[in-house]
Design a protein around this ligand. Structure first.
Ligand code: LMR
Length: 305
């Protein structure tokens, strides 16, 4: 569900810009293969001018070949009444395997965003299995929590979302996360000076952000999809664009040498800044306009070839 929203945003140019051609390689499983073929058909039918290749496969070593970005979404989602940590036994293995595959065949500078839950731990498992890829290239998605926090602060203050800045999600993408309203700002002013309702900030706001995913599951009967896809887009764009002066973004990153006294050797969400925009060269799909691929096999569907 998340990918089905995300892929069309990626293909449209909304994420990497209107002059960046893109090749999408979709990793599925035997069970999901027909559904993937359906998604690939819809992508083809959308006539996106920037989309030069869509290939699908079930072997991570084939699909991750030369990948510049790996968006690791596929994992069992939690159902009503579950915590994300309950998924660790089932999902951890997936990220160990995918880490190994990235290590073997992806671009040496691949950027990895782990979305499948529990995403902090899965990101750690993944990076530990990919020792040849810099650990700083791995992110666990907490942008969804940042967006949720911004939305609640904006609603409470009666301002538009873009007036809320400097929101940090500390820790884990779980109910133990700490959405930081102390350092957050509204119109450049500390939130506590704008929202005087301290009880709301300390009790309701924090819990609302921590439990938003679970509440959504209860209502929908399935976990968030569209808003997660939007937050992946936001996360990527924030990484390829210099962060505006004085602001920051939240991302779950490897803690080696962090300045906050957070335990080393874990993946923990904290304030991050992107200093340089990723050069066109390193983002380039390296594909000519009309690519003829030798990769077509029964497991590969190649469009625009
Ligand atoms: C979310 O926060 O919506 C996702 O992590 C899905 C979930 O399990 O809550």
């Amino acid at each position: 569900m998340i990918s089905n929203h995300l892929l069309f945003k990626l293909a449209s140019g909304e994420v990497f810009g209107p002059d960046q051609p893109i090749a999408l390689k979709l990793l599925g499983s035997e069970r999901s293969f027909e559904a993937l073929e359906g998604v690939a058909m819809e992508l083809e039918d959308s006539l996106f001018p920037l989309l030069r290749e869509v290939s699908i496969g079930i072997d991570a070593y084939e699909v991750f070949q030369d990948a510049d970005w790996a968006l690791l979404i596929g994992a069992k989602p939690r159902g009503p009444g579950m915590e994300r940590a309950d998924l660790l036994d089932i999902n951890g293995q997936i990220f160990a395997e995918q880490g190994k595959a990235l290590n073997a065949v992806a671009s040496r500078n691949v950027k990895v965003i782990v979305v499948g839950n529990p995403c902090n731990t899965n990101a750690l498992i993944c990076l530990k299995n990919a020792p040849d890829i810099p650990a700083k290239n791995f992110h666990a998605l907490t942008r969804l929590d940042e967006n949720r926090a911004k939305c609640q602060l904006a609603l409470k203050a009666g301002v538009f979302y873009d007036k809320v800045s400097n929101v940090t999600i500390w820790g884990n993408h779980s109910t133990t996360q700490v959405p930081d309203f102390l350092n957050a700002k509204i119109n450049g002013i500390p939130v506590k000076e704008v929202i005087k309702d301290t009880k709301w900030l300390e009790e309701e706001f924090t819990e609302m952000v921590q439990k938003r995913g679970g509440v959504l599951i209860k209502k929908w009967g399935r976990s968030s999809a569209a808003s997660t896809a939007v937050s992946v887009v936001d996360a990527i764009r924030s990484l390829v664009t210099p962060t505006p002066e004085g602001d920051w973004i939240s991302s779950g990153v490897y803690t080696a040498g962090n300045p906050y006294g957070i335990a080393e050797d874990i993946v923990f969400s904290m304030p991050c800044r992107s200093k340089v925009s990723v050069s066109k060269e390193s983002l380039s799909c390296n594909i000519p306009l009309l690519k003829l691929s030798s990769k077509i096999s029964s497991n590969f569907l190649l469009l625009h070839s």
